[in-house]
Design a protein around this ligand. Structure first.
Ligand SMILES: [Zn+2]
Length: 180
């Protein structure tokens, strides 16, 4: 204790040195280059869509399947496909594949109805977002049969493929079990 009191006068210079050192550290810290933010680089690495896909969000994948169906087909004016059940997009692409196998890859199938036409039967699956119609009349008779049979074969029991004949001939595809 006596030693401490004796050398009390040393406190001021020691504090001064500590303070100087602190200032020196601060200056050094400011010397370091500030990392700057480059948003462009981030954009190139991840698009929003890629990022969502990375997170494995299902709706995005379904959306993509839906977009693919719209790209691979033409739609008769007034056709509404936006509210259809997600499985209908997958079904649609499978049917497009059948058309391609029978008619060649350049053939563009035409969707003639989704949930739109007000003249389907009252309890039609069209109004439950579970049916889609495809144009078939522009094909030779044997090809119509081939597409209808192949589609039913590929889609399996979950879907019913009906070759509707008569004046409004078309290929009608509906989901068998639809949750109400
Ligand atoms: Zn139909």
């Amino acid at each position: 204790m006596q030693f401490f009191v004796k050398h009390l006068y040393l406190i001021a210079p020691v504090l001064a040195i500590v303070a100087l050192f602190g200032v020196y550290r601060l200056i050094k810290a400011n010397d370091r280059p500030i990392p700057h933010y480059e948003p462009k680089q981030v954009e190139e690495t991840w698009s929003a869509e890629e990022y969502m896909r990375h997170l494995n969000l299902k709706p995005f994948n379904q959306r993509e399947v839906h977009q693919l169906l719209l790209k691979r087909t033409r739609q008769k004016p007034g056709v509404y496909l936006e509210s259809l059940l997600p499985a209908m997009d997958t079904m649609g692409i499978e049917v497009v594949r059948c058309y391609h196998k029978v008619m060649g890859d350049d053939y563009v199938p035409v969707i003639t109805s989704g949930n739109d036409y007000p003249y389907h039967k009252q309890n039609s699956k069209h109004y439950k977002n579970a049916a889609m119609d495809f144009r078939i009349v522009d094909m030779p008779m044997n090809k119509r049969r081939e597409v209808a049979e192949m589609a039913q074969d590929k889609l399996g029991p979950r879907f019913r493929v009906l070759w509707e004949k008569g004046e409004m001939e078309h290929l009608h595809v509906e989901m068998v079990d639809v949750e109400e």
